[in-house]
Design a protein around this ligand. Sequence first.
Ligand code: ADP
Ligand code: ZN
Length: 198
Amino acid sequence: MTGGHHATGVLEVVVGSMFSGKSEELIRRVKRAVIARRSVQVFKPSIDDRYGADLVRSHDGDSFVARPVRSSAEIGPLLAPETSVVGIDEVQFFDPQIVGVVRELVDGGRRVICAGLDLDFRGEPFGPVPLLLALAERVDKLEAICVVCGESATRTQRIVDGVPAYYEDPIIVVGAQEAYEARCRTCHTVPRRSTVTA
Ligand code: ADP
Ligand code: ZN
C-alpha cells in the first residue's frame, strides 16, 4: 500500500438484466470500502443534464452518493488524488472511451467497480460492456426473477404501449408508455429479431 492506494489495481464488473441487483451489489461494495476507510467516488451517466451530487439508487431503496457525468472524459478531471475505489453505475450508457478511462484508473492502482446491463432489450451485447467484461479481473453475472415463469432471468423485456418492443424500435419512442421486465431466455420476446443474429 502506498498513499492509501491499493498496490495493484483491479477491475470488477457486475452485470445482469434489470432488477438483477447490480446497483445493490455496487452499493454494497462501495459501502464496505468506506468501512475499510478507502476514499470512494461513484460516477454515473447524467440524464437531463442534471448536475451536482446525485445518488445511485437500487430498486430496493438503498443508495450511495454518485456524481453524474456527461461523458467518460469528465471522470478523470473530477477524480480526487486520494480516491482508491471508483464505482461506475449504468456503465452501458457510456461512450466507447470509457474502456480507456477505466484501464487508466486500474493501471494507476485503483479498484474500479463497474455495474451495468450486459444485454440491451433486444438481447444484444450492450455498448462498452463486452470489452469491460473481457478486461476484468472479476466478473459477476447476476440474475433476476423472470416475471412470467419464475425462473432465473437473464434478459430485460421492453414493453411499449403494452406489447413487446420490436427489434428495430428506437431506444426512445416519443409519447409511448414504456416498461421493462426481467425475463428468462424463453420468455424474452423480440418480434422481428433475425434468428441468425449472434
Ligand atoms: P438492477 O441495478 O440490476 O436493476 P437493483 O439493485 O436496482 O437491480 O434492484 C434489485 C432489487 O429489485 C431486488 O433486490 C428486488 O428487491 C427488486 N426486484 C423487483 N423485481 C424483481 C425481479 N423480477 N427479480 C428480482 N428482483 C426484483
Ligand atoms: Zn421465464
